[in-house]
Every structure is written in C-alpha cells, then in structure tokens.
Design a protein. Structure first.
Length: 274
C-alpha cells in the first residue's frame, strides 16, 4: 500500500518535471496529478514508513529527517519558480484525495500562486561578532595571575565590568539586527522572522540575532543583494550579516486554509528557509 506525498502545486500547463528530476523522499520518481486547472507534483511512498505514527517517529531521527528534507527540497527546486512549494510532511491517502484538494481549494491555490509569481525567497541571518576579546576572556573564568589576586575585590570588579560590556555589546548588536530587518523588509514584497537557531543547529558559536526570510521579486534581486552587502559594511564589526538564496518561497507558501493531508504538515529542519 502506498500514500501520496505532496511536493508542490502549479497551474496546469506544460509538465514542470524535467527529465533529470531527482528521486523523491522514498527514492520514488515524482509525477503529476491534475484537477480543476491545477497540477500537483506528487510521489508514491510506502504507507508503513509514512503514516502518521511512522512520520512522528522519524521526526526524532536526525539522519532520516535530514535526508528526507533534502530530497523534498531537491524535487521542489527542480520544479522551478512556477510552483507553490508545499510544506514538508504533507501526505495524502491516495491521488484522489489530492485531486479533491485541488478542486476544493482551487481559488486559494490560485491566489497563493499569484502571490509568489516571479518571486523567490532570500534568507538573511545576522550574528553578533565578538568585538571585545578581553571581555569574553574575563567573562569565561578567572584570568591567569597570582592566586591571591583571584578572589579579591579587583578581580570581582573586572568580571563585573566584563559582563557589563558584554551585555551592552549584545544589546547594541540586537538593535542593529532589528535595523537590518526593517531595511530589508522595505525592499521585499513580504518578510517574516523565524526563531533564531541555537549554535548546535546553526553551526556558529556567536549568537544569532536575526533569522529573516524575504520574498523578493526577481527584478529586485540584485538590489536586495547589494543592500545586504551595504548593511554588513554599515553594521560591522559588531554584526555579521549573511545572505542565502534564492530559495523556493517556503516561508510564504502555506496551503490554503482547511487544506490538510493525512498527516499534519511539519516544518523542514536544518534548512535556510526556516
């Protein structure tokens, strides 16, 4: 028995699947289902591995989750900009349920497709840069020095001063990150902020202060990239600003209200769009 995994939705027309499209989340060959002037990019996946209980279990397996999320993204990226990417983990009992989805929510899908037409998602992350090595060293523990100096008043005052400098630096960097977001949001059609990733997820030791996503028209992509470069120059060295993309517009392409699958959709993890 198989279920139907949903990757993306587009207006019906030329088949959006290129000949070299990669295998899907179950190494299956993606295909299309059509209804009511719309086209869904789907794949057949084994029910025992992709029912609600199995998916919930797999979400706790980092290797499975990373491999499957990457496969989902590869298919969506191969389909191209004409399609509305669907959130990772949207599964239906069969193709007929997908056809019913397209028919029942046709107007919502068309509205969503119009909202992302000729637009891509760009990710911008901002990290605090460590600009006061002495403060960091003081804050991490007692400095090297004569043992009888460590418990003394002078040492405690140095540690307090280091903490105060670190707090001020973090506050300043957070203010700068908010300025970066406001500036970039003004260049985008839509914008959103995802929760900052902790160091174990980002792979960066410094605190992440901005994890923004921006829906940008293709005609403004170069302008947007130049703005990010300019903001790095303006706010460095207190803040490091990183640009990624372009990505499919995951952050701005939710299913129409009421359109749910056999399992509740879940966000991809470990990716730049979220």
């Amino acid at each position: 028995m198989t279920y139907t995994w949903l990757y993306a939705v587009a207006r019906a027309g030329p088949d959006p699947l290129p000949p070299e499209i990669p295998g899907g989340v179950a190494d299956e060959g993606p295909r299309t289902v059509t209804a009511d002037g719309l086209l869904a990019v789907v794949g057949s996946v084994p029910a025992p591995d992709f029912d609600a209980d199995a998916l919930q279990r797999h979400l706790g397996e980092p290797q499975w989750l990373e491999r499957t999320a990457r496969a989902h993204h590869r298919v969506v990226a191969a389909v191209g900009s004409r399609a509305l990417p669907v959130r990772f983990g949207t599964v239906y009992r069969d193709d007929d349920r997908v056809r019913a989805l397209l028919t029942e929510h046709a107007d919502g899908f068309r509205t969503a497709l119009a909202g992302i037409a000729d637009r891509t998602e760009w990710g911008v992350k901002a990290y605090q840069e460590r600009t006061d090595p002495d403060a960091a060293a003081e804050g991490d523990g007692p400095p090297d020095g004569p043992p009888d100096d460590r418990p003394g008043t002078a040492y405690l005052l140095r540690r307090r001063s280091a903490r105060d400098r670190a707090d001020r630096a973090l506050t300043d960097a957070a203010d700068r990150a908010r300025q970066v977001h406001r500036t970039l949001a003004g260049l985008a059609d839509r914008s959103t902020e995802h929760p900052p990733q902790p160091p174990e997820a980002s792979g960066v030791r410094e605190p992440m202060l901005l994890n923004g996503a921006y829906l940008v028209h293709r005609s403004r992509a170069a302008e947007f990239a130049r703005a990010v470069t300019g903001l790095q120059g303006l706010h460095g060295p207190a803040l490091r600003v990183e640009l990624t993309g372009p990505w499919p517009p995951y952050s701005f392409a939710d299913l129409p209200t009421g359109a749910t699958g056999a399992t509740e959709p879940t966000e991809p993890t470990g990716g730049d769009a979220g």
